[in-house]
Each structure stands twice: as C-alpha cells, then as structure tokens.
Design a protein around this ligand. Structure first.
Ligand code: DAK
Length: 257
C-alpha cells in the first residue's frame, strides 16, 4: 500500500490515509487501496472495530484529488465516481463498526468518507463541507444521499448548495458528528470506544450493525420483523449462552474473539 497505513492493536485496526502533502486527497490509487484494505478487514475474524483517520494534524481528507480529476473524460469521471461509491459502500457494509476519527478538513470526498462510517468523532480543529459546487461538480461519492439521511434534508441542502464549510462545534450541533475532542485526545477517545466495542460479543455487535444498516430503509413493521429474525439468530451461537450465564452467575462475560 502506497497511500494508506494499517495498524492492528489487539482487535482494533486503524486505517490512516497517508498523503499529507495533498491533505490526504483521494486519488484512484488511494481508493483502490482502501477497497482492498476493507475487503481484507471484513474477512478478518480477529478485528472487531476499525478506526479511519488522516495523516498529519491538518486534514482527515480534503476531498477527492482535484489534480487527478481535472483532466478526466466523462467516461473516466463516471468510472472514478463508481469506484468511490464502491469504496464508501464497502466501508458502510464492513461487518465491524467503523469509527471516523476526523482530525481536520473533511471536505467533499472526505466528508463523504466520514459519512460512510458508522460513527464520527472529530477534533476541535475539524472542518466539514461539500464544496463541490465551487468546482462545477456535484458530490460524487454519496454526499447528496448520505448527508440528508444523517442530518435532514434542509440542513444538508444548505451545505450542498452553498459549499459552506462548518466547524466542529456546528457539526456537533447538527448531528454530523457524535463528539468533539481536542486534537491530541481524538485518537485515544476513538480507541476507548473501540475497546468498549471489542469487550462485547463480536457476533452481537455485527448483527446490531446489520440490523441498523439494513433496517433503516425499511418501514417500521418490516424493520422490526427483520430485527426479530436477527435476535433469534443470536440464540444459535455461544455468545448469548455466555452473556446470560455470566449475568446470572454475577460475573463478567468472556466472549470468544
Ligand atoms: N485535491 C488535491 N490536492 C489538494 C486537495 C484536493 N482536494 N486539497 C488540498 N490539496 C493540496 C493543495 O493543492 C496543496 O498542494 P501544493 O500546492 O502544496 O502542492 C496542499 O494540498 C495543501 O493545500 P493548501 O495549500 O490549499 O492548504 P490551505 O491550508 O491553504 O487550504 C483547504 C486547505 C482544504 C481549505 C484547501 O486546500 C482546499 O480548499 N482544498 C480543496 C477542498 C475541496 O474543494 N475539496 C472537495 C474536492 S472535490 C465525482 C467524483 C468525485 C467527486 C465529485 C464528483 N464524479 C465522478 C461525479 C468529489 C469531489 C470532491 O471531493
């Protein structure tokens, strides 16, 4: 991998986009590498939580790589957009929870990358926006779809139509991020959450993610039926037996990792 770093610490994988000279902008090679990385992580039974962040102290990801995109033909642009969509979809549907540690600019494709994660923690210097309209294009990696679903149509429209950039406090206020920390505490706080997740039943956590991701577009009735199916599935494995036995025996559960 030339553009991303992957570190594993017990059951937690940290993926760092590592192109600090261009503020971690996403070119085709970086997207290709992210795709391979997330395909591999999704098969890794020892990894129970994933953190994505950017290299350096200035940017998470400042967008799709404008130098790369500048001279694309319509056909190449379409292929690049499809690749970006595939990467975001793969991250969103990775079985393990994915936390975006947004440590600076998250613009355009960078905001879209954060949107494809399950949770977003930001540093106090983080900045968010979809400034594509400044460049004469629209968001191409799912921003017009995931942003309104997360923060609502009115607020999303304001960001999409104006290209305005907002700070971490505003992102927190509108529900674009879950929490904000000083930059030097951000990764530690993401790690703490990842460790908490890793102490739970890994299969149960994966089923929770599946229930939310697949159920959110269903009507409530069908969503609850789907949840009941997944709930039933929990009783087919060891985790429910261990979790409930531990509660009744007044001890901590020990889940197989
Ligand atoms: N791409 C390429 N290089 C970038 C970049 C980007 N998105 N953002 C920053 N850089 C590079 C700068 O060119 C500069 O390189 P050098 O000049 O040093 O070689 C270096 O990173 C440092 O940036 P600055 O010197 O500009 O740093 P500042 O602190 O002054 O400003 C900034 C930081 C983030 C405000 C500024 O760099 C900026 O405005 N960057 C662009 C942000 C942006 O517009 N992002 C959205 C990109 S568009 C589609 C597919 C994809 C997309 C759309 C459609 N289809 C196929 C349909 C996605 C679009 C986008 O994401």
């Amino acid at each position: 991998m030339n553009n991303i770093l992957i570190e594993k610490d017990n059951n937690i994988a940290t993926v760092t986009i590592n192109r600090p000279k261009s503020l971690n902008a996403l070119n085709k090679e970086t997207l290709d590498e992210l795709l391979v990385c997330f395909h591999e992580l999704s098969q890794d039974r020892q990894t129970h939580a994933i953190i994505i962040t950017g290299s350096g102290e200035k940017a998470f990801v400042a967008g799709a790589d404008i130098s790369y995109m500048q001279s694309l033909t319509a056909q190449e642009g379409r292929a690049f957009g499809k690749l970006g969509h595939l990467v975001m979809h793969t991250i969103e549907n990775t079985p393990q929870p994915v936390i975006a540690a947004v440590n600076g600019f998250a613009l355009g494709g960078g905001c879209e990358l954060a949107l494809s994660c399950d949770m977003r923690f930001a540093s106090d210097n983080a900045k968010f926006g979809q400034p594509e309209v400044n460049l004469g294009v629209i968001p191409g990696f799912g921003g017009t779809q995931r942003l309104p679903r997360l923060i609502g149509k009115g607020l999303a429209n304001e960001l999409l139509f104006s290209g305005n950039i907002i700070d971490a406090t505003e992102a927190l206020r509108i529900g674009l991020v879950n929490r904000v920390y000083p930059l030097d505490e951000l990764l530690g706080e993401c790690m703490k959450l990842a460790q908490t997740i890793c102490s739970k039943g890994p299969v149960a956590v994966r089923l929770c993610k599946e229930a939310v991701n697949n159920g959110v577009e269903m009507d409530l009735g069908r969503g609850c039926t789907y949840e009941a199916d997944l709930f039933g599935l929990c009783f087919a494995g060891d985790e429910q037996k261990e979790g409930m036995a531990a509660f009744l025996e007044k001890r901590k559960p020990v889940f197989k990792s």
